[in-house]
Design a binder for this molecule. Structure first.
Ligand code: SER
Length: 324
């Protein structure tokens, strides 16, 4: 039987890049991209889905004979703090809808992204272990910690093969993040390439775990491809990429743009970041499905700057034409 994948949240930072990777892997006709609004210039099959509407997910699953679902839609850490109860409602309702539709339709595999946001003050900040105590301080983190347990519940109770990764902050040139605490680490490269000053909403020494987009996509597909018997964690896997602070990324960028100017104006996101790990112990992911990151801060910086220069057409006469 063909693998037919439904991606919910395909317009997002990760979803847009993951959809293209899945199209390459499974064939363009075997990937159904979906989001609240139709994506600009989307290649392939696209369906509008509001994931709070269970019947609509069900309808698309039946129409296309979907066998796998990647549920990427969520309101992230910083944005979520504006409307805590609405964020809880949306993040949980969409997950329940995906789990229920998957259970009813015997979906083979479900992917549910979790986050470093599940950790709080009860977890060690350095080399945070997979099974650390979870006391998240954001509604986003609470929804992800609860979601991990619901994922495990559906596996234990119904045998639904739900798999999950706790993503660090994802850094990529292909798409823009929205509403996260780690978003600065993408924005900073755009400002550098455009020759603009960067106002950082975190302190210069706030170290957070990050991961390059290519590594994040590779990890996701590796987990979803791994033999079922190898998956020993049914809540969510820690994965590590690279850890750095704003000061460290600034000093990498200044190797290429010596005049790059930064001012630090920490806001409420500093409080969120201060409770998150600085580095992650991902030994379970390494052991169970062979996880290894490939990109460090230096290679991320080189690629981000090169690719963003191409996107903004820097060097051509009409610079600053963004080509996402
Ligand atoms: N990047 C996310 C955020 O900052 C963490 O999962 O909210």
């Amino acid at each position: 039987m063909d693998t037919v994948v439904l991606v919910i949240g395909a317009n997002g930072q990760l979803g847009s890049v993951l959809t293209a990777a899945l199209q390459k892997k499974y064939g363009i006709d075997n990937v159904i991209a979906s989001d609240l609004r139709s994506g600009d210039n989307f290649k392939g099959i696209f369906e509008i889905i509001d994931a709070t509407d269970r019947d609509r997910i069900h309808e698309v699953v039946i129409t296309y004979k979907v066998t796998q679902i990647y549920h990427l839609a969520a309101i992230l850490s910083a944005k979520g703090e504006e409307t805590p109860l609405a964020t809880w409602d949306i993040n949980m309702k969409t997950l329940f809808n995906v789990l229920e539709v998957s259970r009813i339709n015997n979906i083979n595999r479900v992917f549910f992204p979790s986050s470093i946001a599940v950790f709080g003050e009860g977890a060690p900040l350095e080399q945070t272990p997979n099974d650390a105590y979870l006391d998240p301080a954001t509604v986003y983190g609470i929804s992800k910690a609860a979601g991990e347990n619901w994922a495990q519940y559906y596996f234990l109770r119904y045998g639904l093969d739900v798999r999950s990764i706790r993503y660090p902050g994802v850094i990529g040139y292909q798409s823009l993040p929205g509403g996260g605490t780690t978003d600065y680490a993408v924005d900073i490269y755009h400002k550098a390439v455009l020759g603009e000053k960067f106002d950082c909403f975190l302190n210069n020494d706030t170290t957070l775990p990050m991961i390059f987009m290519e590594d994040a996509i590779r990890a996701t597909i590796a987990l979803m491809e791994a033999p079922k018997k190898d998956i020993t964690i049914r809540t969510s896997y820690n994965i590590a990429g690279v850890s750095f602070s704003p000061a460290e990324v600034v000093s990498e960028i200044r190797k290429l743009y010596p005049d790059f100017s930064v001012a630090y104006h920490p806001d409420f996101r500093q409080e969120i970041a201060s409770r998150w790990p600085k580095s992650i112990d991902d030994s379970s992911a390494v052991h169970d499905w062979g996880w290894q990151p490939e990109f460090d801060l230096e290679s991320i910086t080189t690629i981000m700057i090169q690719k963003l220069k191409e996107k903004y057409k820097i060097g051509a006469k009409n610079r600053k034409v963004l080509m996402f």
